[in-house]
Ligand binder design. Structure first.
Ligand SMILES: *Cc1c(COP(=O)(O)O)cnc(C)c1O
Length: 405
């Protein structure tokens, strides 16, 4: 049977297929295929209720008392729930707040302060722009050297490349767990090991892996991590990011944005900044309570389903997408720009063709929504809980039709 004809069977055999109904808009006929859940996840139906209840009962009903009763601790309680469901981390090491960009800055600066005297930050050419720009800025501020790994755009940083890049001067290594363009899945435990043998610290960006790939921060030995909550965690546009700092570093960890909410005893309003005990010291100002509402529904759903079942579906989706690409698009000159081995691939697939910028615009008009990544990539983000095999089929046939038009 051709790949095109297998979508219905794959959906029928999918033990997570019922979860798709839990997402708002999953039955909207004007959206034929949503293939961008890795950029902005769909909202869950449960979040509509949680947000409404929050407005009427928590905000509207408790008013300022809400801070004492619940909101002040929310960054830590939601962080702990996320850590248990999706990060492989014991409680007390994760908090929610700021954007990924700002948390990356805070964690990178805090990490560098733990390695005084060392002069180099290791990063790679194809890391997400914000990661590269921030580290350029930090290197300028602290007079450090950036050691660039020339990573392959269609895969990612290999252990051998990392081994060559680290040394006696390495203070910090910053890598993405899943590469935002190729979808390459890093061997994070191996990277932590290589970094530690050189005496450095590893900061992982989990934006494209959290909620799609199992993560074991504690047992892998990762020192610090950040990630987005509006991608596979469906927190909504601009929902605050998360930060993880390994327990063993917390006591000495000092981040550079000394706000009152991260001080010990903030309501004492005392003189002088004294960092709060534990992970709370990563907090700076008033947390975005509203922004933390929707992600809680997805965190609960992940806890219910389990990351391994989510990963199994994710692999099945990307394998099916690649099968369709080989069958329908490769004959039209499309190239696969992601790892073909699922062991080193996360939850999305990128394909290249010189016409893809125009093709993507045509697709969006027709309610088929992947995203375009310069110079000429279409990225198919297959969010395991909300994407059906039929959507993958519809999306790839639509790309074929646009190329033939
Ligand atoms: C999406 C993404 C970000 C986004 O950072 P913001 O501060 O939320 O804009 C950062 N890093 C990676 C790897 C991403 O995929």
């Amino acid at each position: 049977m051709t790949a095109v004809n297998r979508a219905a069977d794959l959906d029928a055999a999918d033990c997570l297929s019922a979860y798709r109904d839990r997402f708002l808009g999953s039955d909207d006929a004007s959206i034929e295929a949503y293939l961008d859940g890795n950029s902005l996840g769909r909202p869950t139906k449960a979040s509509v209720e949680r947000i409404t209840t929050f407005m009427s009962e928590s905000w509207g009903g408790r008013l300022i008392r809400g801070w004492d009763e619940q909101w002040f601790d929310l960054p830590i309680t939601v962080g702990d729930a996320l850590a248990a469901a999706a990060l492989g981390a014991e409680s007390g090491q994760t908090t929610i707040g700021d954007s990924t960009t700002v948390l990356l800055y805070k964690l990178a600066r805090g990490a560098l302060a733990l390695r005084p005297g060392r002069t180099e930050i290791v990063l790679d050419r194809d890391n997400f722009p914000t990661d590269r720009y921030l580290l350029e800025g930090i290197a300028g501020e602290l007079n450090l050297t950036l050691r660039w790994i020339e990573s392959d755009r269609r895969s990612g940083v290999t252990g051998a490349q990392l081994q060559d890049a680290v040394g006696d001067e390495t203070a910090l290594v910053v890598l993405s767990h899943v590469a935002y363009r190729s979808g390459y899945l890093l061997d994070a435990a191996g990277a932590a090991d290589i970094t530690h043998r050189a005496g450095g610290l590893l900061l992982l960006d989990l934006s494209h892996s959290v909620g799609s790939v199992p993560i074991e921060l504690d047992s892998w030995g990762v020192d610090l991590a950040v990630g987005c909550t509006y991608k596979y965690l469906n927190g909504g546009p601009g929902s605050p990011a998360f930060a993880y700092v390994r327990q063993e570093h917390l006591e000495d960890f000092v981040q550079p944005i000394w706000g009152w909410m991260g001080r010990a005893d903030p309501f004492e309003m005392g003189q002088g900044y004294v960092p709060a005990p534990g992970i709370r010291r990563v907090v700076s100002g008033t947390p975005s309570v509203f922004g933390m509402i929707a992600m809680q529904d997805t965190i609960e759903m992940i806890a219910e389903v389990g990351m391994q079942a989510i990963r199994d579906k994710s692999i099945a989706l990307t394998e099916y997408a690649l099968e369709l690409v080989r069958e329908q698009l490769v004959p039209l000159g499309v190239e696969i720009a992601s790892p073909e081995d699922s062991v080193v691939r996360g939850g999305h697939v990128t394909i290249d063709h010189p016409d893809f910028k125009a093709v993507t615009a045509g697709l969006w008009d027709k309610g088929v929504i992947p995203d375009f990544r310069a110079p000429h990539g279409i990225r198919l983000g297959l969010s395991p809980l909300s994407t059906s095999f039929n959507e993958v089929r519809v999306g790839i046939l639509a790309i074929r039709d646009e190329l033939l038009a």
